[in-house]
Design a protein around this ligand. Structure first.
Ligand SMILES: *Cc1c(COP(=O)(O)O)cnc(C)c1O
Length: 433
């Protein structure tokens, strides 16, 4: 056979097949995979064997999933394109029209909007529990059609903690799972599954990646779905497959929940992460422990310093003994208290603006968990869609600022805040007389 044409060679003159063993995770940036033998195609479509198309499976994505499942002490993980995708897929894997979620009031605003706007339009209602320390309040909100409880391990904006074991007990008495958004704590500080949670969701865009370069999300499942106990509540997990094939629960046992999310929700709604992003999240995870350890140390030092300043009205950091949930932190956060918290400056919105504008080391942006220190004014940004009473109930006052503390030298962070606070002094002085 003579030389093939130019257009053919530009496509096919590229080595394929067995790769050397790279120590870093190879990036399989490919839409799909070749079937090496004819029968593999049918085996993939029939029994789900091997790789075919990245929306269904990709080794780079699976590498990050494997690590995350291990770090969360879960059974399996599912990587998705964003944290919002993770929460959406986790909920859609459990709930259908006519059913109900009980959620903590103290949640990410994107989650609240998903529950209030999008899921409501799909016929799924949410009841909120504000007194999240009160297990009877959780119990009282549960209806016959409730299929999940939802909370955050450390909440935005006031750093509330949740007694995961106690709320998981309430959920399990009703045969339903407790879902914990563990974005703020990360598995380095807190592993909800060890305390009884059933499903963990993450925005991997935050601490897991850490570098602030990509978006991603993850679901981690405990693998403890009990078909005997809960099959009647989740018939889609125990119903026979097509043509009388085994049900998900028969095929995957305790992993039926995440198997349904992986096989029937994520690939249909379609929030597949790019393999390149999966690689970058995997790279981030490799340094999670040292970043979060340093960030927590820095955050404690900054919070303590702020709490002693006359310009500051309050500091909502669970690492401070003055925080209402500090007692729970002894059980749930023995290795550090995280690095995202709010504080409120005397002098309201004007003082907050002056402070942000006076900072040089902190970056003014809406993100968190980055290696850099970040600051945001929630009342005019993340929480602007709420009424001022709702904001106040969530601990967001006109002078409240949220920080996400990075890995810089802590003296530089405190120095930056000191210099900026000096510029707010006049407003604060006026406000306090
Ligand atoms: C950012 C965030 C999300 C949403 O994640 P994205 O990756 O931005 O989609 C969900 N929960 C919490 C607690 C977050 O901080």
């Amino acid at each position: 056979m003579g030389q093939r044409g130019f257009a053919t060679r530009q496509l096919h003159e590229c080595p394929r097949g067995a790769a050397p063993t790279a120590r870093a995770t190879p990036i399989y940036l490919t839409a799909g995979f070749e079937f090496d033998e004819y029968g593999q195609a049918a085996a993939h479509f029939g029994q789900g064997e091997g790789y075919a198309y990245t929306r269904i499976g990709n080794p780079t994505i699976e590498a990050a999933e494997h690590t995350l499942a291990s770090l969360e002490d879960g059974s399996q993980a599912l990587l998705l394109a964003s944290g919002q995708a993770a929460t959406s897929v986790a909920l859609l894997a459990l709930l259908e029209a006519g059913q109900h979620v009980v959620s903590s009031t103290h949640i990410y605003e994107g989650t609240r909007a998903l529950l209030n706007d999008n899921l409501t339009r799909l016929g799924i209602e949410t009841t909120y529990v504000d007194a999240i320390e009160d297990t009877e309040a959780w119990e009282a909100a549960i209806r016959p059609e409730t299929r999940a409880l939802f909370a955050e391990s450390i909440s935005n904006a006031t750093n509330r903690l949740i007694d995961i074991a106690a709320v998981a007990d309430v959920a399990h008495r009703h045969g339903i799972p407790l879902i914990i958004d563990n974005t703020f704590a990360t598995p380095y500080l807190l592993r909800p599954i060890e305390h009884g949670a059933d499903v963990v969701v993450h925005s991997a865009s935050k601490f897991l990646a850490g570098h602030g370069s990509v978006l991603g999300g993850a679901i981690v499942d405990s693998g403890t779905f009990d078909a005997e106990r809960s099959g009647a509540l989740f018939p889609h997990l125990v119903a026979p497959g097509r043509n009388g094939t085994p049900s998900l629960a028969e095929r995957t046992g305790g992993d039926a929940r995440i198997a349904y999310a992986r096989e029937s929700v994520a690939p249909r709604f379609g929030p597949t992460p790019s393999p390149l992003n999966a690689f970058l999240i995997g790279q981030g995870i490799e340094t999670l422990s040292i970043r979060v350890e340093r960030q927590s140390e820095n955050a404690l030092a900054v919070a303590q310093w702020l709490a002693g300043r006359p310009e500051i009205a309050s500091v909502d950091y669970v690492g401070l003994p003055s925080h209402r949930d500090h007692r729970l932190a002894a059980a749930y956060l023995p290795d550090g208290y995280g690095s995202v918290f709010t504080f409120t400056v005397h002098g309201g919105a004007e003082a907050a603006q002056r402070l942000v504008e006076g900072l040089e080391v902190f970056t003014h942006m809406t993100h968190l968990g980055d290696v850099r220190s970040l600051i945001l004014h929630p009342a005019s940004t993340s929480h602007v869609g709420l009424g001022s009473d709702e904001r106040l109930a969530l601990g967001v006052e006109p002078g409240t600022l949220r920080v996400s503390i990075g890995i810089e030298d802590v003296e530089d962070l405190i120095g930056d805040l000191a210099a900026a606070l000096a510029q707010v002094g006049s407003i604060v002085g006026a406000a306090r007389v």
